[in-house]
Design a protein around this ligand. Structure first.
Ligand SMILES: *Cc1c(COP(=O)(O)O)cnc(C)c1O
Length: 381
């Protein structure tokens, strides 16, 4: 099987798995037990790992809250900010192409009585900055805009969005799950207030993520979702997971060391597009152009003429890719991201997403292209 679905998840790097091991076996202390050496040893490792994760996104060390993944981080960021007892503002602004982990939370908050504005995007998936600016006012508590899109790879202008947000005294959250480890994410330089990330999207294990809360420039208060125990300075209760946290730090360090690989990843992505588009007449690229700096290097999203994405996937079982987003693929409705970009329902149903990763080889790309082309010819006959 050739794995071309790195937006859904990435393989855990063997060096990351190796770094986890001793925390699952010999060094099993509870990092919150400070009365003995076993606990203090685990606490020290967790502290060092958190500092490293913070450095990886240029955030203050004490800002990092460890979570179970980006779904929880997004919930904690948005619900946490708007329901804090000192929060007087009742409005939330977000974007139509956000991950369901953001859109579902904001819809729930709408039912709870908050005002929610969902801003549209252009045909490349870029947020409409004029509409965004017009939506933010002195009643807006939080603006949530994803750093990079998980379906079409569009990268948002975070510095500009932070300026628009802070001009009205609101806070900016970014679901940076697809950006962390793939492109530079600098919390201080962009002035984003809250950032969500997830280890399994950057070659770490599943079930561990982080939320950075505050970048030192302004006060960010969040009400915890998971109460009880008072761990993580009351921001998230429950015993921390040293193996997962050490692994997440190691995974992010490796991404920084291997950042030079992103041009190779883009080259593989471009090769896949060249092969497919030259063999399949009428194939359309969705999202920003492939040479745009505003597109993730490993992302390719295409619409096929006359063949549904689901059918193409079923006909190519030995290549892993996806139609729509993996998170909602149980749901047969076409991608909300592509619909927001102005594609018709039929075009959206004929779309698939490829995610090329740092382990993908040129040989895999060539083989995958052959299998995909054969399957599409068979289907359109
Ligand atoms: C994968 C993903 C999530 C969910 O992350 P989990 O850690 O799996 O909960 C959220 N947002 C984006 C953009 C994602 O790609």
């Amino acid at each position: 099987m050739i794995y071309l679905d790195h937006h859904a998840t990435t393989p855990c790097d063997a060096r990351v798995a190796a770094a986890m091991m001793s925390w699952l076996t010999d060094d099993f202390g509870n990092p919150h037990s400070d009365s003995h050496e076993a606990g203090r040893f685990a606490a020290a490792a967790v502290g060092t790992a958190i500092e490293s994760i913070a450095r990886g996104i240029h955030a203050p060390g004490e800002s990092v809250v460890i979570t179970s993944g980006a779904t929880e981080s997004n919930l904690l960021a948005i619900r946490g900010v708007v329901t804090h007892p000192r929060q007087k503002r009742r409005k939330i602004v977000t974007v139509a192409t956000e991950h369901p982990a953001v859109l579902d939370v904001t819809e729930e908050l709408r039912n709870d009585g908050f005002a929610v504005t969902v801003v549209g995007v252009d045909p490349h998936g870029r947020v409409d900055l004029d509409a965004l600016e017009a939506s933010i006012d002195d009643q807006t508590a939080i603006v949530s805009v994803m750093w990079a899109n998980n379906e079409v790879g569009t990268i948002a202008p975070m510095t500009e969005i932070a300026r628009l947000t802070h001009d009205r005294g609101a806070l900016l959250h970014s679901d940076a799950t697809q950006a962390v480890g793939r492109i530079p994410v600098d919390v201080r330089q962009t002035d984003v207030d809250l950032i969500s990330g997830s280890a399994h999207k950057f070659y770490g294990p599943k079930g561990v993520g982080f939320l950075s809360v505050g970048n030192g420039n302004r006060r960010v208060r969040i009400k915890p979702i998971m109460t009880g125990g008072g761990q993580q300075r009351g921001r998230r209760g429950g015993t921390m997971n040293p193996a997962g946290i050490v692994a997440m730090a190691k995974a992010l360090e490796l991404c920084r060391c291997e950042a030079g690989q992103s041009s190779e990843i883009a080259r593989h992505r471009d090769l896949l597009w060249q092969r497919l588009s030259s063999a399949i007449d009428g194939m359309v690229l969705n999202g920003p152009s492939l040479d745009s700096p505003h597109r993730l290097p490993g992302n390719l999203n295409v619409s096929l003429p006359g063949v549904e994405g689901e059918a193409w996937m079923a006909a190519t079982p030995d290549v892993a890719f996806s139609s729509g987003s993996a998170c909602s693929s149980v749901d047969p409705t076409p991608s909300h991201v592509l619909l927001a970009m102005g594609l018709s329902e039929s075009e959206a149903r004929r779309s698939v997403r490829f995610g090329i990763g740092r382990t993908t080889t040129e040989d895999e790309i060539l083989q995958a292209a052959d299998r995909l082309i054969t399957a599409s010819r068979r289907l359109s006959r």
